[in-house]
Design a protein. Structure first.
Length: 321
């Protein structure tokens, strides 16, 4: 089985999209690729960074390249659930209540500084992220298809932040960080034209129908049983480690499989290899692991490296052949 011409062309457009984004959000190709992997895997992304490194710019640029409906929700301490999902208002004509949709009824949601709002309002996002629907006054309302939440949060030691609950963290497929640009990248930023005006000039690169078709194609990528066992072994090792209070959930295992399949698709392969799993394991594990003692990002990555080294990689399928 080989990819059709339409699928191959759509994959190439995805690579073109990454290049275009790099012209605006300079030097962050890996982050753009991982964001698209999460979206093609029907997942959401949590960006944790200091302010001003380009998180919002990245999300806006991807939305424009996909010509997707987009809304930005600024999470503040006084935000309430109805500000997000909408509310019911009386209809004077038939004496009934009608639902007025909130900003969450868009295909790509930028949940900006999501950890600055109260836990009650954060909880309003749970059903939307997990079930792609919201419930108000006993009625369920379906969200658009596709639907993605790309959230940003300030580091948890910043003043005025509320840590996201474990259940909500687990609903983000990846946790990513742009970080500071290198000196060369920052010089390129100063030399480039005004970034916001550049976004306005962008033309769609990949249609949403092609994007949805790729999402369906991801599900057909072959995964050897040994690799399924490898994914489970990596997760299981976190559940019994004395340094870990909460390990990888079954939802995390399913997310790992979906992301590995998407990585294979972007590499135009119809099957997963171990490197597909290893390339996405850190952004997928980082925010899901709760340690007995607080660790910084570098220590968490070091722990994941040790975990990988201690878990045997299936030897019969090391290569792409």
């Amino acid at each position: 089985m080989t990819y059709s011409n339409q699928t191959t062309q759509a994959i190439q457009k995805l690579h073109n999209l990454i290049e275009v984004v790099d012209q605006i959000v300079i030097g962050k190709k890996d982050i753009t690729r991982l964001t698209l992997i999460a979206m093609l895997s029907s997942g959401h992304v949590l960006f944790e960074d200091i302010p001003g490194v380009g998180k919002t710019l990245l999300i806006k640029t991807i939305s424009k390249c996909l010509e997707a409906d987009f809304s930005r929700i600024q999470f503040t301490p006084d935000l309430i659930p109805s500000d997000i999902i909408g509310f019911s208002v009386p209809n004077l004509h038939d004496e009934q209540f009608e639902f007025r949709e909130g900003p969450i009824f868009n295909q790509i949601i930028l949940a900006d500084e999501i950890n600055r709002t109260s836990p009650r309002t954060q909880a309003a996002m749970l059903e939307a992220m997990s079930e792609k629907q919201v419930t108000l006054d006993g009625k369920t309302h379906q969200l658009p298809d596709p639907f993605f939440v790309l959230a940003t949060q300030n580091p948890i030691d910043y003043e005025g932040t509320y840590p996201l609950p474990e259940a909500q963290l687990d609903r983000f497929l990846f946790q990513l960080s742009l970080g500071y640009p290198s000196l060369e990248q920052e010089v390129r930023m100063l030399e480039s034209p005004e970034q916001l005006s550049a976004i306005e000039k962008l033309k769609p690169i990949l249609s949403l129908s092609d994007f949805k078709a790729l999402k369906e194609r991801v599900k057909t990528i072959h995964v050897h049983k040994q690799l399924l066992e490898y994914i489970v072994s990596l997760a299981d090792a976190t559940r019994h480690h004395p340094a870990i209070r909460l390990g990888i959930s079954p939802r995390g295992v399913q997310s790992c499989l979906a992301a590995a399949r998407t990585q294979a698709l972007l590499n135009e392969r119809e099957y997963v290899i171990p490197q597909d799993i290893l390339s996405i394991i850190k952004p997928l594990f980082r925010h899901r692991l709760l340690f007995e003692n607080k660790l910084d990002k570098e220590d968490i990555d070091l722990f994941i490296d040790q975990l990988i080294n201690q878990t045997p990689i299936p030897t019969k399928i090391r290569s792409e052949k």
